[in-house]
Design a protein around this ligand. Structure first.
Ligand SMILES: C[S@@+](CC[C@H](N)C(=O)[O-])C[C@H]1O[C@@H](n2cnc3c(N)ncnc32)[C@H](O)[C@@H]1O
Ligand code: SF4
Ligand code: SF4
Length: 374
């Protein structure tokens, strides 16, 4: 990895101000209001137990959330995605939601739906969210609870979903295609598509834990499908495969950054370009998955404006001298089919510019499938 990282909470050189002047404003941000969850999904990158007192004590308070949201709006943000952990687990969820709405933000909510009550329905009807996205972990009780490891969670999910739909609230769905539910993926897709005209997607790509917990990361690895299985589930889903084909139209698997051939910048994605993420304890990141310690900023010790104006340009300016990066991933013609990015590489290897064999195998299997379909 190159030198010159932003050390945790240290601010960059004054020379950065020139770059700062060119930066765009933030448009949207993710807010993880808790890492705790009522479920314990096998594949989960973040969850801590619902009763974890330490995790609860570290959560941003309502007042801190108001401050961050107010700063974000003052800087230009218009849209906030509230997630977790399970956001509805917070007893002050309604107050947090209303605080964001009062700032004038469009608010999206990611939830497992298990904790939805009639009071949430009234809240959402009166003050509509931009969207509510519900994760579906199985189409049957057995599979759902094999993933969530919480007896009773399937009934809670079904009740919550019924409440949302009876309340006339539009729901979007998503599913993760993982070892514990892949046998039921077609049924999960049918379940979701029957219940929404709006939006459904499934994702077979799992990244590792944000907290680096080796036991939980091993559980995630165990839930990963093989490259061949990923290709098979994507090939079997017309909509999904069509989207992949469209993304690689005209027989070209294009890396849009290839024209910068030889460039050693690490970041060519949208991280910190109009959006950012705030963790449950106030950790600022350029995107949700970017937890490398040299790229984060503690909003309890500094302001959002400092993070946006000083840390983001410095991180976006990071360069690599690693040949694996410069000669492989950086110039890879199929990077659009790959989960590789500096954030996911760091979760996998500790380093933002290392190659990841599993990601590579998945991307090549996808490329071969697209080639065969041509
Ligand atoms: C962490 S959850 C938080 C919101 C809510 N609890 C839920 O389940 O929708 C957000 C989404 O991330 C997905 N997810 C969990 N672990 C993942 C992983 N290791 N890699 C990619 N996505 C993951 C979940 O399945 C869910 O759809
Ligand atoms: S419901 Fe969401 S936050 Fe909770 S364990 Fe599952 S994926 Fe993680
Ligand atoms: S891991 Fe492989 S497929 Fe993915 S970007 Fe790097 S070289 Fe390309």
């Amino acid at each position: 990895m190159s030198d010159g990282f932003v050390g945790r909470q240290s601010l960059p050189d004054l020379g950065i101000w020139d770059k700062l002047k060119q930066r765009r404003r933030p448009i949207s941000f993710d807010l993880e209001i808790t890492a705790r969850c009522n479920n314990d999904c096998r594949h989960c990158y973040i969850n801590l137990p619902a009763g974890d007192r330490e995790a609860r004590a570290r959560e941003l308070t309502l007042a801190e959330i108001e401050r961050v949201a107010g700063d974000a709006v003052a800087m230009g943000a218009v849209w906030c995605l509230v997630s977790g952990g399970e956001p509805l687990l917070r007893s002050d969820f309604a107050a947090v939601y209303m605080a964001l709405k009062r700032k004038g933000l469009l608010v999206s909510v990611f939830t497992n739906a298990c904790l939805i009550t009639p009071a949430h329905i009234e809240l959402f009807k009166k003050y509509p969210p931009r969207d509510i996205e519900v994760s579906v972990y199985g189409a049957t009780r057995a599979t759902y609870e094999a993933v969530t490891r919480r007896p009773g969670s399937y009934d809670a999910f079904s009740r919550g979903l019924d409440l949302l739909r009876e309340g006339g609230l539009k729901v979007r769905f998503k599913a993760m295609a993982i070892r514990s539910n892949v046998h039921e993926l077609a049924a999960i897709s049918a379940f979701c598509r029957e219940r929404t005209k709006d939006y459904f997607r499934f994702d077979p790509l799992l990244h590792l834990r944000f907290d680096g917990d080796p036991v939980r990361s091993a559980e995630i690895r165990a839930e990963r499908l093989t490259p061949e299985e990923i290709v098979a589930v994507e090939r079997a889903d017309e909509e999904r495969f069509g989207a992949l084909q469209k993304g690689c139209a005209d027989g070209q698997l294009i890396n849009p950054e290839l024209e910068h051939y030889g460039c050693d910048h690490l970041f060519h994605c949208g991280a910190g370009n109009g959006s950012f993420s705030v963790g449950y304890d106030g950790t600022f990141r350029l995107c949700s998955s970017l937890w490398h310690r040299d790229t984060t900023y503690d909003l309890r010790r500094g302001t959002l404006r400092e993070a946006w104006e000083l840390v983001v340009p410095r991180v976006r300016d990071l360069r690599s001298t690693n040949k694996d990066f410069i000669e492989r991933c950086r110039v890879c013609p199929i990077i659009n089919l790959c989960l590789w990015c500096p954030a996911h590489a760091a979760l996998e290897t500790g380093s933002m510019d290392d190659w990841v064999d599993y990601f590579c195998a998945v991307a090549h299997a996808r490329a071969a499938a697209l080639d065969r379909a041509r």
